[in-house]
Structure formats: structure tokens, C-alpha cells
Design a protein around this ligand. Structure first.
Ligand SMILES: [Zn+2]
Ligand SMILES: [Zn+2]
Ligand SMILES: [Zn+2]
Ligand SMILES: [Zn+2]
Ligand SMILES: [Zn+2]
Ligand SMILES: [Zn+2]
Length: 372
């Protein structure tokens, strides 16, 4: 089995209809907030609010004869591409570049792919572009989400924290310990859930060394906790990616990831501060009920506390959701939920607005989209 998996991995082609560019593609920023290109020119914007440098793009198109082999650009093929970029016509945009605005646009477009003829909703063809997720063994391998496009988010796609940019193709979230690397030959992005010192492009196989200096001993330990405590999340991402098919809207993956209750540095630091033994034994303490009922925001994740319908008891919906996922997932993490003197209902179906049954009931709905 191992051999079969390895060979699939080696032959995996995230963007089969495109070639890896022979030279770096430098006309797009990795940070959507960047306003000036390294060449000094101010970035232009397409109709989808993607930023690009006209100077560097035109140089690229001149130097590379058949740019269509490397770039998936939506434009009128019978007209000159430079003129279209000059006037920035409505129909002109890059399919391989995702911004924090891309999700706003996707459902307005119904497209026939110019590379394969497939009809799809969204910006990115679900046949020509393949997302993958590798997670072989949590003790030895860090999970990596391989996106077949260039991700220009300036905020973490998991927790929304501002990303720190280390180069024109590296950024990371110090709250989630997630590293993002981009390949400027293939316009692909690796999202690495943990600490590592290199990253390999799944298309061209180039190896990029990561110069984010978080590989101290202490951080390596922290990284291990993150892998353990987010185990359930990696399972979810893996399932999600495995179920993507030709009718999927590929950008939905961002919405999916945002809904995960990710164990992050803020939660880690609070648990460590209050009781380090919990971490050593991989036990999650009860973190969703405030020690002091006068507090309005959660001590761990800083979200505003919700109230139970009886007695106005406060609890954090976010941390409770996260907690229940651990209590019900089959990882080697113990929770103390069995000793908890509350009554928790965890419905599998849609919410039916709970009526409290006895005085100890902590009434809530643990479905994340529910407002109850
Ligand atoms: Zn430029
Ligand atoms: Zn296609
Ligand atoms: Zn984050
Ligand atoms: Zn590459
Ligand atoms: Zn919380
Ligand atoms: Zn509900």
C-alpha cells in the first residue's frame, strides 16, 4: 500500500493543463496589501481586484513567447493581450490568483474552461486544478495543503490574524504556526500546518528553504502539541479534500477551513499559564466556562461569551465546539468532560431550539452556524 501511495504522490499534477514557467513570475505580489512592485511601479488591479505590475507582466510576455502555456489568463484571445491589459477590460483577469475578495466574486461567474471545456461555477476550473492534502503520519510528517493557485491573502486563512511576510513567496501565522509558501514558477501555494525548514512545490518539485526562524527547541515542542491537538482538524481537511469533485467550487475550501476550531497559540499559552501538566499529559482542561462570570470575553480565544438560557451562565461557544470535537474524536487526547457537572446536548440534526429540562442544563446548540 505504501508503495502505491508513494507513486501516486510522485505523479500528482496539480495543474495538468499548464506548464511550469521557465522563469520566475514576479509581476504578482504574495501580499494583496502591497501597493508597489519591487520594480518601483504601482500595481494595477483586474476586475477581480487581483494586483499585478503591468511593467513586469509586459516584460514577461515579451520574453516568453507562449505565455498561455504557463498562465491561465481570462482575456479575448483574438485581441492583443497588451492592449487589453492597458485598458483593463471587464473580461480580463488571472484564474490562478486568489485574493481575499475572490470569494465575493465566485458565485457571479459561470464559466466554460478555456483549457478543457468543462463548465463550472467560480473562477477556477475544478477539472484543471487539483487541491491535495498530505498527512501521512502525524508524528513524522507535517500536514500540508497544496493549493493549485497563488494565494495572496494578507490574513491567516484559519484565524484571520495578520500574516508576517518573510519574502516575496513566504508568509506565516504566528498564532496558528502555519507557514504559507508560494512557487513563482508554477503559481501554486503550500499551506504547511507546523514548523519545518523546507517546502517542496508539488508541480515543479523545487525545494524552497524556509527562513522563518521558529525552529528553536521550545517551538519544536509547541509544534508537537499543535499537531496532536489539531489532529481532528487535519482529518476534516483530508476528508474535505478527498470529496472535492468536478462539480465542487474549489474556493469553498476557504470557507470550510475558517469553520474549523483550530488549536492556536492563544489557547496554548493560556492552558500553559494555568496548568502546564495538562499539556504534558495531553489533557485539555475545561476552557469554555469562565472562572469569573463577570468576564465578557473568553480567556482563551478572546471571543465574546454566550449565555445559557437559565441563570445566564456564560460559556464560550468557540471553545466548547472545539472541546466537544476532542471529546468525540478518537485521538489520544483525554478531556475531563465526563466529570463535568453540566448537561450538554449534541444534536446531529438541525437545531430545534432547546428547552431547558433541568436546572443544571447548559443549553446550547453546538452547530457552528447556529445562532442559538
Ligand atoms: Zn514590476
Ligand atoms: Zn478546465
Ligand atoms: Zn492563523
Ligand atoms: Zn513549482
Ligand atoms: Zn473561547
Ligand atoms: Zn442550533
Amino acid at each position: 500500500m505504501g508503495i502505491i501511495l508513494t507513486s501516486i504522490k510522485n505523479f500528482f499534477e496539480p495543474t495538468s493543463k499548464l506548464k511550469s514557467s521557465p522563469i520566475q513570475i514576479s509581476f504578482v505580489p504574495f501580499n494583496i496589501n502591497k501597493s508597489v512592485c519591487d520594480c518601483g511601479n504601482v500595481y494595477s488591479e483586474t476586475i477581480l481586484l487581483q494586483k499585478f505590475c503591468k511593467n513586469c507582466l509586459f516584460v514577461y510576455i515579451k520574453n516568453i513567447k507562449n505565455f498561455d502555456a504557463y498562465l491561465d489568463i481570462h482575456y479575448k484571445k483574438h485581441l492583443g493581450i497588451e492592449e487589453q491589459f492597458e485598458i483593463l477590460s471587464e473580461g480580463l483577469y488571472f484564474k490562478q490568483i486568489i485574493t481575499n475578495h475572490s470569494l465575493l466574486f465566485y458565485d457571479k461567474l459561470y464559466e466554460t474552461c478555456e483549457l478543457c471545456g468543462h463548465k463550472y461555477y467560480g473562477i477556477i476550473c475544478s477539472v484543471c486544478y487539483l487541491i491535495s492534502f498530505t498527512w501521512v503520519d502525524t508524528t513524522s510528517t507535517i500536514p500540508i495543503l497544496y493549493l493549485p493557485w497563488w494565494d495572496t491573502h494578507n490574513q491567516c486563512i484559519v484565524c484571520d490574524s495578520e500574516l508576517e511576510f518573510k519574502s516575496n513567496c513566504q508568509k506565516w501565522c504566528s498564532n496558528c504556526l502555519i507557514i504559507y509558501t508560494g512557487c513563482r514558477y508554477c503559481l501554486t501555494t503550500n499551506i504547511i500546518f507546523g514548523i519545518t525548514n523546507q517546502s517542496q512545490c508539488r508541480k515543479c518539485k523545487r525545494i524552497l528553504s524556509i527562513d522563518i526562524n521558529i525552529s528553536t527547541d521550545n517551538m519544536t515542542n509547541v509544534g508537537k502539541y499543535f499537531l496532536e491537538f489539531n489532529n481532528h482538524n487535519y482529518n476534516q481537511i483530508s476528508n474535505y479534500v478527498n470529496n472535492i469533485d468536478q462539480n465542487s467550487n474549489l474556493l469553498e475550501i476557504y470557507n470550510f477551513i475558517k469553520k474549523l476550531s483550530y488549536f492556536n497559540f492563544r489557547i496554548y499559552s493560556q492552558i500553559k499559564e494555568n496548568n502546564e501538566d495538562y499539556l504534558n499529559e495531553l489533557i485539555i482542561p475545561i476552557i469554555f466556562i469562565p472562572l469569573n462570570n463577570n468576564k465578557s470575553t473568553c480567556h482563551y480565544c478572546k471571543q465574546i461569551y454566550s449565555m445559557t438560557s437559565l441563570f445566564n451562565q456564560k460559556y464560550c461557544k468557540n471553545c466548547l465546539n472545539w472541546y466537544i470535537k476532542y471529546a468525540t474524536s478518537n485521538v489520544n487526547i483525554k478531556t475531563v468532560i465526563n466529570n463535568l457537572d453540566v448537561y450538554i446536548k449534541t444534536p446531529n440534526t438541525n437545531c430545534n431550539k432547546y428547552e431547558p429540562r433541568n436546572l443544571r442544563d447548559l443549553n446550547f446548540c453546538n452547530q457552528e452556524w447556529c445562532e442559538n
